[in-house]
Design a protein around this ligand. Structure first.
Ligand code: SAH
Ligand code: SF4
Ligand code: F3S
Length: 448
């Protein structure tokens, strides 16, 4: 193959979960270290990293349509160099290489620290695939954190051992692994130094994190949160995503004790029928899930709840779907994500009997989303009149307008003298379905 010109600009496009967003940021940092710069908005990049998601069929197909768009009508010399990263790369690496000659690199989520070496080979015209799973070796090989957003992500745990019967994550991300305590405290401090005011601890099963603290004691996620709360300049801590099976008393207590731990919990339930939950290999029942939420709410009465739902899991009857609606009515989520079941290759549910017709799934999803939207709006309306801190994350559409997040993870906007990264005291004055309007009460404070 003929040598290709070394890329001067890059763009990383991340799809899927926040873990992918974190990985995308780290890949961007590596490319920047190599002297490649982000392509200006609206301009083509010389190198495009498609950081893909395999969770549902539609998400996985996106990679092929994106490759088509990037190369359409372009000669080889004009087309960008393409790297496919993320969970589709892990699951279908070989196939991508065969199907798309325009792709030079395929790199899995546990191997992307090797992207620079692969890039050197790609510049020489070689195509390279790396979908090894060397546990967490990548973190040690990544450059230091130097810039970040006021609301940053920190991956503390990766992989999943839960094997829900519909889900590809245990196959694309591998077994559950916790990053070492010291590395996390160090990275958190670097993020704060670089401007982070809020850190969301990430993991496919973040509540399964465990590690040895400086004194040699084994601690869980609650212990880590307690120690991170002592980092000067860090004002807010969040974590996601949790599995009901790993929530312990210490974590529940932490919600009542640690001011910096925000009053928000994303705890996916998936369905309201115990038969469906068993078939999904979820280890909770609707009842055990509800009682767990009671304990969290007892520790932190203003806790906002969020969840994930799948409608149309194989065999789900109308009556079983009604049980999901009943659970939603009982919990009153502040926000939620809901999906139609999508059969994923290699997962047990994909070959189960009783696959549900598309029209039935459409109708169920519509009804579920109507209920979830109703509750989200009600939650926002109930927030009107409250005074709270808003972390400013970006400018609004109009001059002098700012957008940020409330402690309950609602989007809020207000007008006034402020800057990105400020923590602003605001009174919430008007609710919309997806955001709230606020009035700034005091001059912003820029540090915790
Ligand atoms: N680790 C998290 C979430 C992982 S994926 C957890 O256990 O909850 C995010 C969400 O995608 C899941 O919670 C589930 O609601 C949805 N999802 C996963 N696999 C799916 C599939 N095959 N079809 C439809 N939705 C799916
Ligand atoms: Fe997937 Fe279940 Fe693991 Fe979540 S807990 S990542 S849904 S297998
Ligand atoms: Fe998607 Fe992989 Fe995340 S499949 S949801 S990017 S772990």
């Amino acid at each position: 193959m003929k040598p290709t010109n070394a890329p001067k600009t890059y763009r990383v496009k991340s799809f899927g979960c926040q873990m992918n967003v974190y990985d995308g940021e780290r890949m961007a940092e590596m490319l920047s270290e190599r002297g490649i710069v982000p392509a200006p908005d609206g301009e083509d990049a010389d190198l495009v990293v498609l950081n893909t998601c395999h969770i549902r069929e539609k998400a996985a197909e996106k990679v092929y349509s994106d490759i088509g768009r990037l190369t359409k009508g372009k000669t080889q010399a004009k087309a960008p160099m393409i790297a496919v990263a993320g969970c589709v790369a892990q699951a279908e690496g070989e196939e991508i290489m065969k199907r798309s000659p325009a792709v030079s690199m395929v790199v899995g989520p546990q191997a992307y620290h090797r992207l620079p070496e692969m890039l050197d080979r790609a510049v020489k015209g070689e195509r390279a695939t790396d979908t090894d799973m060397p546990a967490i070796a990548k973190f040690a090989a990544l450059p230091e954190r130097k810039r970040t957003n006021p609301a940053s992500f920190l991956t503390v745990q990766e992989g999943c051992d839960k094997f829900c019967t519909y889900c590809v994550v245990p196959y694309t991300r591998g077994a559950e692994i916790s990053r070492p305590y010291v590395d996390l405290v160090t990275e958190a401090k670097k993020l704060v130094h670089a401007g982070a005011k809020e850190i969301t601890l990430l993991g496919q099963n973040v509540s399964a994190w465990s590690g040895e603290d400086e004194k040699g004691h084994m601690i869980g996620l609650a212990g880590l949160i307690r120690d991170l709360a002592r980092v000067d300049g860090l004002a807010r801590i969040r974590y996601t995503t949790s599995h009901p099976a790993d929530m312990d008393d210490d974590l529940i207590a932490a919600h009542g004790e640690i001011d910096k731990l925000m009053p928000f919990l994303h705890l996916p339930v998936q369905a309201g029928s115990d038969r469906v939950l068993r078939a999904m290999n979820r280890s909770h029942t609707a009842e055990s899930y509800l009682r767990l939420l009671d304990r969290f709410r007892a520790a932190r009465p203003d806790l906002a709840l969020s969840g994930d739902f799948i409608v149309g899991f194989p065999g789900e009857t109308d009556a079983e779907f009604e049980e999901t609606l009943a659970l939603v009515d009982e919990v009153k989520y502040a926000q939620a994500f809901s999906f139609k079941y999508s059969p994923r290759p290699g997962t047990p549910a994909a070959t189960m009997e009783g696959q549900v017709a598309k029209e039935v799934m459409d109708e169920r999803l519509q009804r579920l989303q109507a209920a979830l939207n109703r509750d989200q709006f009600a939650f926002n309306e109930a927030s009107v009149g409250k005074t709270c801190e808003v972390l400013v994350e970006r400018k609004g559409k109009h001059p002098g307008q700012w957008l940020g997040k409330t402690p309950w993870l609602q989007s809020a906007w207000f007008e006034g003298e402020a800057a990105i990264g400020d923590l602003v005291q605001a009174e919430l004055i008007e609710a919309g379905p997806n955001s709230l309007a606020g009035r700034m009460l005091e001059p912003a404070r820029s540090a915790a």
